[in-house]
Design a protein around this ligand. Structure first.
Ligand code: FES
Length: 106
């Protein structure tokens, strides 16, 4: 099962076993990672599941699709590594992925 590390804004690291096919958001919510609100439940319609992808992982995770990119405009302080965590599906290729939670959600 791929490993996923979610770093909360206070620096706490949540090291999770994430089933292939599950999203980063689902794993963060299931493990009560603070700062992932996910108000729309994963429909790419709220931008409250915003995370920053760790520098070494941005290429593997890939770029957001158009709809996600539009929603990211509503996120708090998005940058070039920003993704909506409900739109990142875990795969074996992403084993070891690290994402960081922003200071707050929009
Ligand atoms: Fe709403 Fe990800 S949970 S956009």
């Amino acid at each position: 099962m791929p490993k996923l590390t979610v770093v909360a804004h206070d620096g706490t690291r949540f090291e999770l076993d994430a089933a292939s096919g599950s999203t980063v958001m689902e794993n963060a919510v299931k493990n009560s990672v603070p700062g992932i609100e996910a108000e729309c439940g994963g429909a790419c319609a709220c931008a409250t599941c915003h995370v920053y992808v760790d520098d070494g992982w941005t290429e593997k995770v890939g770029k957001p699709e158009v709809m996600e990119e539009d929603m990211l405009d509503f996120a708090f302080e998005p940058n070039s590594t920003s993704r909506l965590s409900c739109q990142i599906k875990m795969t074996d290729e992403l084993d070891g992925l690290i994402v960081r939670v922003p200071e707050r959600q929009a």
